[in-house]
Each structure stands twice: as C-alpha cells, then as structure tokens.
Design a protein around this ligand. Structure first.
Ligand SMILES: CC(=O)SCCNC(=O)CCNC(=O)[C@H](O)C(C)(C)COP(=O)(O)OP(=O)(O)OC[C@H]1O[C@@H](n2cnc3c(N)ncnc32)[C@H](O)[C@@H]1OP(=O)(O)O
Ligand SMILES: CC(=O)C(=O)O
Length: 542
C-alpha cells in the first residue's frame, strides 16, 4: 500500500502564545522549539517577528532545528506595496525558510474588519505571495475564517485561496478561526476545495476548539484529503485553544484509517517521548498536567474500578485502547472505594509485597480503605499512604518513631521597619527508640517572599532531627501541597494531599484528613517521611 506524507505544523509559539495567561520568554520559546524538534514535527512557527520584542528576539536566537522554521505575519496592508509594507518586511527579515501569512477569505471580514473592497483584498493576497515567493521562501497562506467565508460566499472564499496558490504558495491552510464548524462540514468543504483545483497535498487545516471538535475537525480534513495539520502542544491557543497535537500525533500514528495510509515525521521512538514533551510545556507554564488528557494524562491508563482491574490483570487490552508505553505513559491500578481484591494485589505487588489471594488480611485492607475513604481520605492518588495502611494491616510497617506532641503558632505583626510579616513557629517532640528529641523551626516572612507558612514550619521541625534516621530523609523535599474541604456543614473535614520528592527522582503522594488543617497536614507529612524510610530500608532505632 502506498503511504502519503502528512506534515505536522506546530504553532505553540505563535497561536499558543495567544492563550490567555500565557507569556513565553525567549528562553522558554527556544526550549519548546527543541522539544518540538525532538518530537519530529515538520514545521515550527516561531512567532510574529516585529510584533513584539520576544518574538523578534526568538528569531535572532532561534535554535538550529531539523524542522523548518516559519515566521508568521499578515498579508500586506492596503495603500502600500508589498515591498514597502514595514510589517511584512519585519516578517521577511527574520530570514526563515518558511513564511506564513494570514489573510482574509471571508467577504464579511474584508468589508468589516479591513474596510476595503473585495478585489483589493485579492490584490493584497496576490502581491504578498508574489513578494514572498520571489525571495525563494516556502510560502503558506493561512486563510482566516475560511469555513465561515465559504458558507457565506463560496466563490469569493475559493478565489482568495486561488490568489495565493497561483502566486506559488506551497500550502493553502484552511482556518476554522472561530472554531464553530463541525466535522461533517469540514470534510465536505475540504472536498470542494480539492474539486476547485487545489490538490490535497497542498492543503492544510488549522482548527480551534470552541466546540470541542478541533481534533475531530483536523482528522475530518485529513480524511477528506488535506495533508498538513496545524496544532499546538497541549492544545494551547486563542480562546479555547487549537487542535491538540499531543492528541493528534498518537491518533495519526496508531489509529486507522490514518496509521497505515499516512506517514509523519514522528518516529515510534519519538512517540515514546510524547508524555515528556507535554509535561515539559506544563512545567514551563507552571500548570498542573491535565489528569484526563487523552494518551498522556495521569489517569489515561488508571484502572480504578474493581471489574476493570480484575480483567487488566488477565490481559491489559481488556480495558486499554493502546499500550501506554507507546506514548511514554504507564498503567496505574489505584486503590479506592471502587476497588476489589485485584486492584489491591496489583498495588501491593508494585510495592514489593506478595499476598496470596486466599489471605484473610486482603479483605481487611479493602475494608480499611473503604472505611477511611468514607471519612474523607482519598487513596487513588495518595498511593504512598495506601501502601503504609496496607503494611500496617499486614504487620509489615516498622515502628521508626512516635510523635509525642507538636505545637504550631502563626502570628502576623509588623517588624522593626514597619513591614507586615507573618511568623510561624513549630515545635515537635518525637520518640525514636529510647530517645526523646524536641525540634523547633521558625519562619519569618513577608507576603512578597512567598508562602512559607505554618505547615512549612511544621515540616521543617519534624524533619530537623530524627536521630539515626536523619540521613535517610536528608534529600527529601515537599513538592506540592493541596488542600480540599470534603463534605459540608458540621460534617466537613479538611483533606491535605502532599507530593514529596527526593534526590533519586522519586515522587510519592500522601494524604491526611482531620477537622483541623494543621493536623491533616501533619498526618500527611508523617506518612511522607515514613514511606521514604520504608522504601530506603532505614533501620528501626533501638
Ligand atoms: C486569526 C489569528 O490568530 S491571526 C494572528 C493574530 N495575532 C496577533 O494579532 C498578535 C500580534 N499582533 C500585533 O502585535 C499587532 O496586532 C500588530 C503589530 C501586528 C499590528 O498592530 P497595529 O498596527 O497596532 O494594528 P492593530 O492590531 O490595532 O490592528 C490590526 C490592523 O491590521 C489590519 N489587518 C488585519 N488583518 C490583516 C490582513 N490579513 N492583511 C492586512 N491587514 C490586516 C487591520 O485592518 C488593522 O488595521 P486598521 O487599524 O488600519 O484597521
Ligand atoms: C491563522 C489563525 O490563527 C486562525 O485563523 O485561527
């Protein structure tokens, strides 16, 4: 079977930068370009040179990439020649091998947004592309509002496309700019464009997710013959975002009718780096990764229900549409009140604990999980706390230390310079073997210095001196702290979930529940330390 080449065009650095709340630095843009290049996209749209200093700087410092770098801009403005348009000149001066120009293809926008006659817009498109192609650049026409334009005046919309095509544009990209078109209409419209004389291997698709169909619309366009897809990492983009390449790439590589008919620049090996690429962008944006993201979400291969986990243990394909390793993800069998003995044994096995199916302690652990979850605990994420609970029931939990008491005081006051500061003090007394150790920690901070409040003081005091156990926790760090009120009214309790990490790159999650936020945090902190001591084989103090 012959395979067609499908080109992937990434616009994270341009349309992605139009996401509300997103502001990349030049260094971040460079890092994202490198991630995209390693993934194997064909084009990287770096931004709009001349529109803002960051985009201009990016093109000056742009990394050498295997992918073709594209600069973005707009067709020349009326009342001047392409040669004399300073906005177009700035785009060309970036010196990229590819140049993408957005232009109007909807008569309403020509009349309303540009306020010029329809013919003048066609002339602007023609002159702009003649100018770009005369410089030997690979030219692309982003036909803005094409689908809406086609609905309103098909003949004019098609004439706009042909104006750029005739002047040598390599790609004519059909944009669903307002994101309101649905897949059936996208497919029919792409077929009509091809019938008008622009072949599919010169057509691209650029969709927005305003109806949640950006990925489906892109796939519909490809099925109808388009051979370039524009999208962004994690679906960043104006308003609701663009087509998510992190969803599209594995679909194109692993699903029919695409996998056997089309070839992209993404290799099987690079696909295994997909989760990492997605997480790198989240890290840069300081965003919590979307748990339910297709393919790469933390829950994408989490089998919570007992029936699912039981079948997965027999054959993972019973509840998995692909092998999670193909995209760099991993299967998780969480513990929760939806779990049965299959989840439980699978989780225990991951912790290195083998328990026979007939062991009477298994139902006891399950009962304990379900009873504690009814009091507000959540073990499907807090796997480390679950492991400790199970070890306790199985009499496999060493007694490393006992907390005799703790005290936390938080006070807001003015310091000697008259600035407002919050002071948190924590004292913790622990018994370690026959020794009793009392530790103290005090935080002084002003609101500008960030949050190092009472829980931080408590964690520092708890971890300040654990005697002979101290070396085992020296590389531990509190990575994240989430608080949630569970229940309502007088029944409400606070659930604290803590993510910890250590110098070995391990991450683990613990949970504490109490009517008192400090107490809930303290329980989660004690579990975090205890898990680390168990996993690192710390000795039980005499
Ligand atoms: C669908 C998209 O997402 S396309 C990408 C959109 N991205 C951006 O707009 C981000 C970068 N843009 C910018 O920094 C600025 O808009 C600039 C530097 C490009 C232009 O700034 P300004 O000169 O101040 O113009 P402003 O942004 O107010 O308005 C855009 C102008 O471009 C004109 N214009 C819009 N599209 C086109 C086009 N395709 N071809 C020619 N002119 C166009 C508008 O009519 C308007 O001109 P007018 O003020 O004479 O009516
Ligand atoms: C070009 C572009 O970003 C759009 O039409 O949505």
């Amino acid at each position: 079977m012959t395979t067609d080449r499908l080109y992937l065009y990434d616009t994270t650095l341009r349309d992605g930068a139009q996401t509300q709340g997103v502001q990349f630095t030049t260094a971040e843009k460079i890092r994202i370009a490198q991630v995209l290049d390693a993934l194997g996209v064909d084009y990287i749209e770096g931004g709009w040179p001349g529109a803002n200093p960051t985009d201009s700087e990016f093109f000056e410092a742009a990394p050498k990439t295997r992918a073709t770098m594209a600069a973005f801009g707009m067709t020349k403005r009326s009342g001047r020649s392409a040669q004399n348009d300073d906005v177009l000149a700035a785009v060309l001066n970036a010196g990229t091998p590819a140049v993408t120009l957005v232009g109007k293809s909807h008569e309403f926008h020509v009349r309303t947004a540009l306020g010029i006659p329809l013919d003048e817009n066609l002339d602007n498109i023609r002159q702009s592309f003649a100018h770009v192609t005369a410089q030997g650049r690979e030219a692309m026409f982003d036909a803005e509002h094409f689908f809406d334009g086609y609905k309103s005046d098909p003949s004019y919309a098609l004439t706009c496309l042909h104006a750029a095509f005739t002047e040598g544009a390599r790609w004519i990209v059909l944009c669903d700019t307002n994101g309101g078109t649905l897949p059936g209409e996208v497919a029919r419209t792409v077929e009509r464009v091809i019938a008008s004389g622009i072949p599919g291997d010169r057509l691209g698709i650029h969709t927005h997710d305003d109806t949640g169909h950006a990925v489906a619309n892109s796939l519909a366009a490809v099925e109808a013959g388009a051979r370039q897809i524009q999208g962004t990492l994690n679906g960043l983009g104006e308003r609701c975002g663009n087509a998510n390449l992190v969803t599209l790439i594995p679909t194109l590589l692993l699903k029919e009718p695409f996998a056997s008919r089309l070839q992209t620049g993404v290799t099987e090996e690079a696909l295994k780096g997909l989760l990492k690429a997605s997480r790198t962008l989240d890290d840069i944006l300081n965003r919590v990764p979307a748990k339910q993201a297709p393919y790469v979400g933390g829950a994408a291969f989490a089998h919570k229900a007992g029936l699912h986990a039981s079948a997965i243990a027999k054959d993972p394909t019973t509840y998995e549409h692909i092998n999670p390793a193909a995209v760099g993800n991993a299967r998780i069998i969480p513990m929760s009140n939806q779990a049965g003995q299959s989840n439980l044994r699978s989780r225990l096995r991951e912790a290195g604990i083998e328990v026979e199916l007939s062991d009477p302690r298994l139902p006891r652990i399950l009962d304990a999980v379900k009873e504690r979850e009814s009091r507000g605990y959540a073990y499907d994420t807090a796997q480390a706390s679950f492991e400790l609970l199970a070890r306790r029931e199985l009499s496999l939990l060493p007694r490393f230390f006992d907390v005799e008491r703790y005290r936390v005081i938080s006070e807001r006051r003015r310091n000697a310079k008259g600035q407002i500061v919050t002071v948190s003090e924590a004292v913790v007394t622990v018994e370690i073997g026959r020794k009793r150790i009392t530790s103290f920690h005090e935080n002084h901070h002003s609101p500008e210095e960030g949050d190092t409040g009472p829980v931080h003081a408590l964690s520092k005091a708890l971890a300040a001196d654990l005697g002979i156990l101290q070396d085992f926790i020296a590389d531990m760090r509190l990575a994240d702290f989430a608080v949630r009120i569970v229940g309502s009214g007088t029944e409400a309790v606070t659930r604290v979930v803590i993510d910890s990490e250590d110098g070995q790159g391990r991450q683990w999650t613990t949970v504490g529940v109490s009517g008192n936020i400090i107490d809930a945090s303290f329980d989660a902190l004690v579990d975090a330390i205890t898990w680390k001591l168990v996993r690192d084989g710390a000795p039980v103090p005499a």
